[in-house]
Unconditional design. Structure first.
Length: 316
């Protein structure tokens, strides 16, 4: 193929993509996320509602089993009409479980959606009042304490792995189908500790059903008044937050990705979005596609080192 023909074809594709972006969207958009009631569901619904009006089309949230959502979007046509909203398990889960997709190569990052601090809580029956108490007890009883965890690579799972690694303890994971069942188990006294989102755990703390020890965030959070950080209470440098983000299939035209990113950012900066997200225990945070890609790359590199140091075998 001659250089002139190649240039002609490339120009035609560019014009076609530009036209598609200007016309986008001309039909409803699907936003695929995990089951209703899970950690991804509410931010997906808030974003879908928030961008539908200005896009001029419905954005329909589809709840699917967590193990399928990445594969469904990776295989969807790259036209902007099928999106994914997910959290850490999307880009960090492959360290712990085999997936049918590559979290980097098979997706086009759109925008971060929110950030929620995790909180270290224990059942009130535990003889623990502080992070230092927990570390001392865990070192005295290696492998005997346990924590509730949702999806591999999820915020409460990673927070516990980081704590084990940085505090030099061995607290055993008890897996649950999601964060909500894990919380039920903790409140019921069936497990010892958990690292849930602060917003989800705080009502239980206020009611005396759980005891809060510390925040996983870099700074104290207004979502848990008076609770210090894990870093300040005995594990220097510890930081672990929960993030949600939006993606499209790889090869989605850049103008369409940029348009979606701008619409999400526009909504997340509104007073309405801030109030609704804060009520769920999260802070609305937007980003450019490049910023989201950079964050994922950085987090994957950080967790890869922790996984290797902890001796966690790669998924089969």
């Amino acid at each position: 193929m001659s250089q002139k023909l190649v240039a002609t074809v490339a120009t035609a594709f560019a014009i076609s993509f530009s036209a598609n972006a200007q016309d986008f969207p001309n039909r409803p958009i699907r936003m695929i996320t995990s089951p209703a009631g899970g950690g991804n569901d509410l931010p997906a619904r808030l974003v879908a509602q928030g961008i539908a009006a200005t896009l001029g089309q419905q954005v329909i949230v589809e709840n699917r089993p967590s193990v399928l959502i990445g594969d469904l979007v990776a295989k969807a046509p790259p036209d902007g009409y099928t999106l994914l909203l997910s959290g850490g398990p999307h880009w960090l889960g492959p360290f712990f479980e085999k997936t049918s997709y590559d979290p980097v190569k098979d997706f086009a990052p759109i925008s971060i959606v929110d950030r929620a601090p995790v909180i270290l809580v224990v059942h009130p029956s535990m003889p623990i009042k502080s992070v230092k108490d927990l570390i001392a007890l865990a070192k005295a009883r290696p492998g005997q304490l346990n924590y509730a965890s949702g999806a591999p690579g999820g915020s409460n799972h990673l927070a516990a792995i980081l704590f084990n690694h940085m505090a030099g303890v061995d607290i055993v994971r008890i897996p649950y189908s999601g964060s909500a069942p894990g919380m039920v188990a903790l409140v019921g006294g069936h497990v010892h500790i958990m690292f849930p989102s602060a917003g989800g755990a705080w009502p239980h703390v206020k009611a005396g059903r759980l005891r809060a020890l510390a925040m996983g965030s870099a700074e104290p959070s207004p979502l848990a008044p008076g609770v210090p950080t894990i870093a300040a209470m005995g594990v220097p440098g510890y930081v672990s937050d929960a993030l949600h983000a939006a993606f499209a299939p790889a090869r989605t035209p850049a103008p369409i990705v940029e348009k979606l990113s701008q619409e999400i950012a526009r909504y997340l900066k509104t007073t309405d979005a801030r109030e609704k997200f804060l009520n769920t225990g999260a802070e609305p945070v937007s980003s450019t596609p490049d910023e989201l890609a950079s964050m994922i790359k950085s987090e994957m590199a950080r967790i890869a080192k922790v996984v290797k140091a902890a001796g966690i075998p790669p998924p089969l």
